[in-house]
Design a protein. Sequence first.
Length: 299
Amino acid sequence: MAPTSTPQTPFGRVLTAMVSPFAADGSLDVEGAQRLAAHLVDAGNDGLIVNGTTGESPTTSDVEKTRLVRAVVEAVGDRAHVVAGVGTNDTRHSIELARAAEEAGAHGLLTVTPYYNKPPQEGLLRHFTAIADATALPVMLYDIPGRTGVPINTETMVRLAEHPRIVANKDAKGDLGRASWAIATTGLAWYSGDDMLNLPLLSVGAVGFVSVVGHVVTPELRALVDAHAGGDVAKATEIHQKLLPVFTGMFRTQGVITSKAALGLLGLPGGPLRLPLVGLTPEETDQLKRDLTAGGVQI
C-alpha cells in the first residue's frame, strides 16, 4: 500500500531521482538499491523515482528496470511513493514498461517527452494519453526540452490534465513564466525538476521537488519545502542560499556522474557507471568535495 497522498501532493513533496547502484562488474546491485532507498527515505524523502535518467535508464534493460522497481517497493514501498520512469521515444515500448512497473508494485509512473524523434504536440498528446490509458497508476509528465528537443506546450498540458490519471508534471524547462501559466491553467501538481530553481518554482505554485541533490541533502530540502509551505519564506531562502554550492557542484557535469561520486564519498551504494557515462577525474572529485563541503555536507 502506497503512503497517503492528496490531490495537491499526489507523490509527496520531496522525491529523489535515485541512481541505479551497480556492482563492481557492472551488474545491477539490487541489495545496494534497497539500502540506498531505505537511506533516502530515512533522510526525509516521501517518494523516490526509479529508472529515470539519473537511474541510467538509457543503459538498463527492461528486466533490470522491473527488478529495480520490485526491489525498491519491497524495501520502502510502505513508507514512500515509488514512481517508475517508463518514458521512451516509442509509445508501444513505454506502455510495456508501464504495465511491467504496475505489476512490480510501482505507485506511479514518470513519463518523459519522447526524445530524438521530435514529435509534434498532437503526437505528445496521443503518446502520454496512451500511457495513461494503459494502467491504473497516476502519471507524472516530465518536461525537459533541453534533453528531448521538444517542450510540452502549455496548451497541450491543459488537454493532458483532463485525463483522470495524469496528475502531475516534473518541470525542467527552466522557464518560470511558462511554469506560472501552466500551474494556473492546468491544475496539475507541479514538481521542480531543476534543483537550482526549487525555491523559485515553489514561489509560483510548485508543491515539491524531484531532486538529484537529494542524494546528499534531503534533510535540507525537506526543511526548505516545509518552511515555504508554513509561510516562512525567509527561512526557505536562507536554506536555498546555503545549498547554492551543492546545486552548482552537483551539476558541473552530468548529474548521474556526480551523484554516484558523492555517494561514494559518503560510503553509500552507487558503484560504477555504464558507458557512455564515465567517472570523475581526481581533480573533478576534489572540486566536488569542495562544493559539497561549502554547502554543509559532511564528507
